[in-house]
Write a protein that binds this ligand. Structure first.
Ligand code: FAD
Ligand code: FES
Length: 278
């Protein structure tokens, strides 16, 4: 069993948990994820390994309460066990050969961007970070990014903290003012990754995005997570989740993720109204 060792509220809808899982940590690298199942009745969901404490065998997950499974996960407390935790899954993020990069995180995507920024910084790569949120109250991981990055820029949609606007406004200003990067990593809402990729294409800067299609088994068997990258069909769970942002069909990804929205929203509302007891 995988015991929850700590639980911390990072914002209104985002929680951090540290879980005792030394076996998974042995092989885990930045960019990889776990599939977890809370109990026999729950669905399996993918969550990124957001940080690793090898000394104590603890892996960190940071999740947004968005539907029924993340709601149930958030009901667990320190000392509770998670039934299944499988990983590390997916390919590690490619971080070799760069001198100066920009890592961009949007909303809960910052939980996925953080381990990438940290791994790059540990390799002495110069890392600029741009993180964006709806509002100051939604901001997460700002201080953790400050510790590892050369510069951290923050945008908020409503202007309640630092730059008013989107992460792309900050990136666009930096690039217009002559800033150069070997590579950009962008992780967040699909529309954000699409807009960043369109911008970096103009400047011919290679761009990695981390895709979040609906996953079922996480083993490449069910086809649930298929995405179109250039002319190829890929499975995000085994071929990704990282792909070349200049080749990804973001519109198809968005429409596939929207397919289950109505049913999932209905299930979540039902669960929340019952106070978590289904
Ligand atoms: C490789 C990978 C890593 C991920 N890492 C993280 C992470 O570190 N932290 C985190 O908070 N989330 C992460 N996610 C997304 C997370 O898996 C989903 O939010 C979760 O499965 C939702 O489950 P649920 O039952 O609570 O919600 P559901 O009831 O399944 O969904 C609720 C709502 O969220 C939307 N939704 C569900 N899954 C996704 C998705 N994958 N992308 C976009 N919208 C979705 C649905 O359309 C629906 O409207 C990751 C996804 C992938 C594929
Ligand atoms: S989740 Fe089933 S193939 Fe990727």
């Amino acid at each position: 069993m995988n015991k929850i060792i700590s639980k911390k509220v990072l914002s209104k809808s985002v929680t951090e948990m540290k879980i005792y899982a030394p076996q998974i940590l042995k092989h885990a690298q930045a960019g990889q994820f776990v599939m977890l199942r809370i109990n026999e009745k729950s669905e399996r969901i993918p969550l990124t390994i957001s940080d690793m404490d090898h000394e104590n065998g603890l892996l960190t997950i940071i999740f947004q309460v968005i539907g029924s499974t993340t709601y149930e996960l958030n009901e667990l407390n320190v000392g509770d066990d998670i039934l299944d935790l499988v990983g590390p899954l997916g390919k590690p993020t490619h971080i070799e050969g760069f001198k100066k990069v920009c890592v961009i995180g949007g909303g809960v995507g910052c939980a996925i961007a953080y381990p990438v920024a940290k791994a790059l910084s540990l390799k002495n790569v110069e890392v600029d970070v741009i993180i964006g949120f709806k509002s100051k109250n939604d901001m997460i991981l700002h201080q953790k990014f400050e510790k590892i990055a050369n510069h951290v820029f923050v945008s908020t949609d409503d202007g309640s903290y630092q730059t008013k606007g989107f992460v792309t406004d900050i990136l666009s200003d930096l690039l217009k003012n002559g800033q150069t990067y070997d590579h950009v990593f962008a992780i967040g809402p699909i529309i954000m990754m699409k807009m960043v990729s369109q911008l970096t294409a103009k400047y011919n800067i290679g761009t990695t995005v981390s895709l979040n299609p609906i996953m079922v088994d996480g083993t490449g068997m069910c086809g649930g997570c298929r995405v179109k990258v250039g002319k190829d069909i890929k499975f995000a769970c085994v071929d990704g989740p990282d792909f070349d942002g200049h080749l990804v069909d973001f519109d198809l990804l968005q429409s596939r993720n929207n397919m289950y929205k109505e049913t999932e929203t209905k299930n979540y509302k039902c669960l929340a109204e019952k106070g978590g007891h289904s």
